[in-house]
Design a protein around this ligand. Structure first.
Ligand code: NAP
Ligand code: G4F
Length: 324
């Protein structure tokens, strides 16, 4: 029988890659699609899957939307990727972030509980929950200490996922994913902001790149690898929580250097530090321990940071040349 999946946040970076993965596996894919005045479907077009994803209009903050999406999709597997996911914005819109990123997950869990409690649920948890890190390498047993309204909202959603698993026996799993990037990353996130600037500088359209704290360190992987871990979690007999990471951490500075060097430029001649991009509370360093995912899911990150940076710069140059 054809499996049916519902993906919230289907128009986002991960939603698009996950929808493609599921379609390639023969799933019928439904996507919760929040109405926007501007075009948000470009990623589905980029991957050439727009006509194969069944879009269901709705918003995560609206319980009726989540219930209706469960009824219409008759989903066996639900991937909750929808969120206000930009950390910096969460200080400007803490309440909206709480509604969408925190309560939105509970609206989805309630919809499943009311319509089909046997459906399997994936929650997009995050390394931001570790925030002010309590151990040098973060694993499933590391205590949490979120540092932003986004991290706090995600931690609420994370614990609600655990709670629904323990209270109602639901197959609800949480993927604690460290940063993952791709040519489909939103332009406001630092890796894509950098590759966009690298291409524009190389093509003579821009001179400088303004950044905030370039000493921050992140464990960066490739989104195409990470969506495989999401799917694997829902194929396990029992629900559980998994850290998904590469096990290597790099400064924003070095990530920048790699991208500039791809086109023969020196980042030091173009990067300008701008206070505007510093955060009220920073997550200085993240480094994940993916041992459990490797052992239990057979999952491993396969794309090196250098390969990822080159892939993103090359995609950006192609975009830049196309747009003229
Ligand atoms: P993204 O590109 O920002 O995508 C977020 C998605 O959520 C978009 O499709 C967006 O729709 C949708 N959305 C926003 N508000 C909504 C609402 N009120 N109702 C329904 N949908 C709504 O994020 P991503 O990088 O793909 O990440 C996917 C998920 O993983 C997010 O939950 C994120 O917090 C989490 N996560 C990401 C990373 C990472 O490094 N990428 C790491 C850990 C966890 P529009 O396009 O219409 O705005
Ligand atoms: O790319 P970022 O905005 O990603 P951040 O804050 O780590 O969050 C991303 O990863 C999380 C997983 O750990 C996800 F949960 C979350 O949804 C999102 O996908 O910033 C990365 C680092 C930060 O330390 C930031 O302060 O880069 C630093 N940075 C320095 N200059 C900058 C800039 N970040 C941005 N966005 N823009 C800058 O100009």
């Amino acid at each position: 029988m054809t499996k049916r999946a519902l993906v919230t946040g289907v128009t986002g970076q991960d939603g698009a890659y996950l929808a493609k993965l599921l379609l390639d596996k023969g799933y019928m894919v439904y996507g919760l699609h929040a109405r926007r005045a501007t075009d948000t479907l470009w990623r589905l077009r980029y991957l050439d899957i727009l006509d194969r994803v069944h879009l269901l209009e709705g918003d995560l903050t609206d319980l009726a939307s989540t219930i209706r999406s469960m009824v219409k999709s008759e989903a066996d597997e639900v991937y909750n990727l929808g969120a206000q996911s930009f950390v910096a914005t969460s200080w400007m819109q803490p309440i909206l972030t709480g509604y969408v990123t925190g309560l939105g997950a509970v609206n989805m869990l309630e919809a499943i509980r009311l319509t089909n409690p046997k459906a399997r649920f994936y929650q997009a948890s995050t390394s931001e929950m570790f925030g002010k890190i309590q151990e040098p390498m973060q694993s499933e047993s590391t205590p949490f200490y979120p540092r932003s309204p986004y991290g706090v909202a995600k931690l609420y959603a994370h614990w609600m996922t655990v709670n629904y698993r323990e209270s109602f026996g639901m197959h609800a799993s949480s993927g604690i994913l460290f940063n993952h990037e791709s040519p489909l990353r939103g332009i406001e996130f630092v890796t894509r902001k950098v590759t966009d600037a690298v291409a524009r500088i190389k093509l003579g359209k821009q001179k400088e790149l303004r950044l905030g704290n370039i000493d921050a360190k992140r464990d960066w992987g490739y989104a195409g690898d990470y969506v495989k871990a999401m799917w694997l979690m829902l194929q396990q007999n029992a629900p559980d929580d998994f850290v998904v990471a590469t096990g290597r951490t790099t400064t924003v500075r070095d990530m920048c250097r790699i991208a500039f060097e791809r086109v023969g430029l020196n980042y030091e001649q173009h990067v300008v530090i701008d206070e505007k991009f510093f955060r009220p509370a920073e997550v200085e360093v993240l480094l994940g321990n993916p041992a459990k995912a490797k052992e239990k899911l057979g999952w491993e990150a396969t794309t090196k940071l250098e390969t990822l940076r080159h892939m993103m710069v090359d995609a950006e140059l192609e975009r830049g040349r196309r747009e003229g």
